[in-house]
Design a protein around this ligand. Structure first.
Ligand SMILES: [Zn+2]
Length: 137
């Protein structure tokens, strides 16, 4: 994908039990087992806040029906309760991605696919909250 192709930065969750840690390598293995070419997300944020690379950005992801050709996928490990270090890494990553892809809108998966609840929190409310906490976000 070229920088100008990226219209969305899509936030996901791994939909795995909140108490369990997983890595990008685990998700890569699961997605291969589903018959995909490998991990469908571009970034994974572990429970402890570690940011790992998944699929390279030049390669369209496999994470959101109908929008893979125009989006970056970010996956938070967990289901519906995210840790402070994770959310703080998400904030830094989103900030960096918005600097690079300045035409992209940050959305939750469910905003682009009404059949989904992922990432199980309101990304727009989160964005508003972090933006009001930090003026140079
Ligand atoms: Zn999702």
């Amino acid at each position: 994908m070229n920088i100008s192709d990226v219209k969305y930065i899509v936030i996901h969750c791994s939909d795995t039990p909140n108490e369990r840690e997983h890595t990008a390598a685990d998700i890569h293995r699961w997605h291969k087992e589903m018959g995909w070419d490998g991990i469908g997300y571009h970034f994974v944020i572990g429970r402890g806040g570690a940011v790992e690379y998944g699929r390279p950005i030049y390669w369209p992801g496999a994470h959101v029906r109908g929008h893979n050709h125009e989006s970056i996928g970010v996956c938070l490990v967990g289901r519906d309760e995210f840790k402070q270090p994770q959310l703080s890494s998400l904030k830094s990553l989103v900030k960096a991605l918005r600097n690079k892809f300045n035409r992209a809108r940050v959305v939750g998966h469910r905003e682009l696919d009404s059949a989904k609840t992922c990432p199980n929190f309101n990304v727009q409310e989160w964005l508003t909250a972090v933006e009001s906490l930090n003026e140079d976000f």
